[in-house]
Design a protein around this ligand. Structure first.
Ligand code: ATP
Length: 383
C-alpha cells in the first residue's frame, strides 16, 4: 500500500455553472488521520469528497499527495478507495467475485487474489458468505461487503460518503465501531462524510464543519462540541436552548447579561467576534439541554421554571420548563428524576457552558432530526 505522509488541499473550489458548491477549501491531512466532513444537506461535503476522489474536476485549487500535485489525475490513478451510501455492489457477482473484481482488473495473479480476498472478507467478518449474492444479504452485511471490496485494493486514502445512512440505529452503531477498528488495524487514512454529529464525534480525529460550500470550523471533536465558534456550529452541535439577552457588562472572563424578563445571568463569550461587543447589544445565549443541571444548590445562574413537559431520554429526563416571570421563555433541562407537570424545577446554567453568539438571523444547521422535533417550542420568547 502506498502510505500517505500528508495530503494537502489548497484553495479547492468547484463551481456548477454560476453556482459555487465548494469555495476555497483548505485542509491538511496527516497519514493515519480520521477526518470527518460534517454539515447539513447541500453544504458541499460530497462535492469535496468527489473532488478528492477524482470523480469531479476542480474549478480551482490543488491537491498535493506527499508533495506531488494529483488534481489532474483521473480517479483510478489516485489509488484512493471510495465507499458510497448506496454501496454500488455488482448484483450479478458473488460476494467473493465482488471483492476480487478490482484485483482482476488490475491483473493481480490468482493465488495472490484469493489470499487477499480471503483476508478482506475475514476483516469484515464475512468469510462465511463468499458464495452468496448481494441480494441474499442484510443491509449491514452489504455495507461490510462494500468496505471489503474497497480495502482489498489497499487504498492510500479511504473515502466514505454517508456509508451508514441506510442502516437502522443498532446496525449503524455496530458498523461505526467496525469502521473505526478497520481504520486503526489497517493504518488507513480516512475521510468520512456525514450529517450526523454523533457519528462525527465518535469516529474522528478532526472534524470539519461545513456551511454553504465553506469551512465553518475545524477542530478535534471535543473542541467543536464544547466551543462552537459560531451560532451555526452551536445549532448543529445541539445547543437547543437559545434565548435573546442584552449585554450588561464584562465580568472577567464572562459577560453579565439580562433576559427580556430581567433575570441577570453570567455567560461566556468564546467567539472572535465577541471582542468588539458593547454593553446594550442584543445577542443570543445558548446551552445544550444535557449541560443544564437540575436540583442544584443555589449558586450563580441558579434559576427556576415551571414544568411543562417531561420526556425520558435514557440516562435522564428531559424537562421543558417555562422560566418564571420571563414571558414565554422555555428551556429544555436535564433532570435525574421525573418532576410532576406544573411543579417548580430549580436548575443551574453553568456560566462556562452558557455561550453567547451574535444572532445570524438564519435557521440553518439545526442538525439531527432528533432535535428539530422539539425546537419550535423552545424559542418562543417574549421580547
Ligand atoms: P447531502 O448531504 O444532501 O448529500 P452535500 O453536503 O453532500 O449534501 P453536495 O452534494 O456537495 O452537498 O452539494 C453542494 C451544492 O452543490 C448543492 O447546492 C447542490 O445542489 C450543488 N450540486 C451538487 N452537484 C451538482 C451538479 N452536478 N450540478 C449542479 N449543482 C450541483
Amino acid at each position: 500500500m502506498k502510505k500517505i505522509e500528508n495530503l494537502v488541499i489548497r484553495g479547492m473550489t468547484r463551481r456548477f455553472g454560476a453556482a459555487t458548491a465548494l469555495h476555497n477549501f483548505n485542509l491538511e491531512i496527516a497519514g493515519g488521520e480520521f477526518i470527518t466532513l460534517l454539515g447539513p444537506s447541500g453544504c458541499g461535503k460530497s462535492t469535496a469528497l468527489n473532488c478528492l476522489a477524482g470523480l469531479l474536476d476542480l474549478s480551482d485549487g490543488e491537491i498535493l499527495l506527499n508533495g506531488a500535485p494529483i488534481q489532474h489525475l483521473p480517479a483510478e490513478k489516485r489509488g484512493f478507495g471510495m465507499v458510497f451510501q448506496n454501496y454500488a455492489l455488482f448484483p450479478h457477482l458473488t460476494v467473493q467475485r465482488n471483492v476480487s473484481y478490482g484485483l482482476e482488473v488490475r491483473g493481480v495473479a490468482k493465488a495472490e487474489r484469493e489470499k487477499r480476498v480471503h483476508k478482506a472478507l475475514q476483516m469484515v467478518h464475512l468469510e462465511e458468505f463468499g458464495k452468496r449474492y448481494p441480494a441474499q444479504m442484510s443491509g449491514g452485511q452489504q455495507q461490510r461487503l462494500a468496505i471489503a471490496r474497497t480495502i482489498v485494493l489497499e487504498p492510500a486514502l479511504l473515502l466514505l460518503d454517508e456509508p451508514l445512512s441506510n442502516l437502522d440505529t443498532n446496525l449503524r452503531n455496530e458498523m461505526r465501531v467496525e469502521i473505526k477498528r478497520l481504520h486503526n488495524e489497517l493504518g488507513l487514512t480516512t475521510v468520512y462524510v456525514t450529517h450526523d454529529q454523533s457519528e462525527a464525534m465518535s469516529l474522528s480525529d478532526k472534524v470539519i464543519v461545513m456551511r454553504q460550500g465553506n469551512i465553518e470550523q475545524v477542530g478535534v471533536p471535543q473542541d467543536i462540541y464544547k466551543f462552537p465558534r459560531s451560532l451555526f456550529v452551536a445549532r448543529f452541535m445541539g445547543y437547543l436552548n437559545r434565548f435573546p439577552v442584552t449585554l450588561l457588562e464584562r465580568a472577567g472572563e464572562h459577560w453579565l447579561v439580562q433576559t427580556p424578563a430581567g433575570i441577570t445571568l453570567t455567560a461566556s463569550a468564546t467567539t472572535e467576534e465577541s471582542v468588539g461587543w458593547q454593553a446594550g447589544q442584543k445577542i443570543l445565549a445558548c446551552i445544550r439541554p444535557d449541560e443544564t443541571l437540575a436540583d442544584t444548590e443555589p449558586s450563580i445562574n441558579h434559576i427556576q421554571g415551571r414544568v411543562q413537559l417531561v420526556e425520558y431520554v435514557g440516562r435522564a429526563y428531559e424537562v421543558l420548563v417555562q422560566l418564571e416571570g420571563a414571558g414565554n421563555t422555555q428551556l429544555l433541562v436535564h433532570s435525574a428524576h421525573a418532576p410532576e407537570n406544573g411543579a417548580t424545577l430549580e436548575f443551574t446554567l453553568h456560566p462556562d457552558r452558557l455561550l453567547l453568539f451574535a444572532d445570524d438571523a438564519t435557521n440553518e444547521g439545526s442538525g439531527s432530526e432528533n432535535y428539530t422535533r422539539i425546537e419550535p417550542d423552545v424559542m418562543k420568547v417574549e421580547g
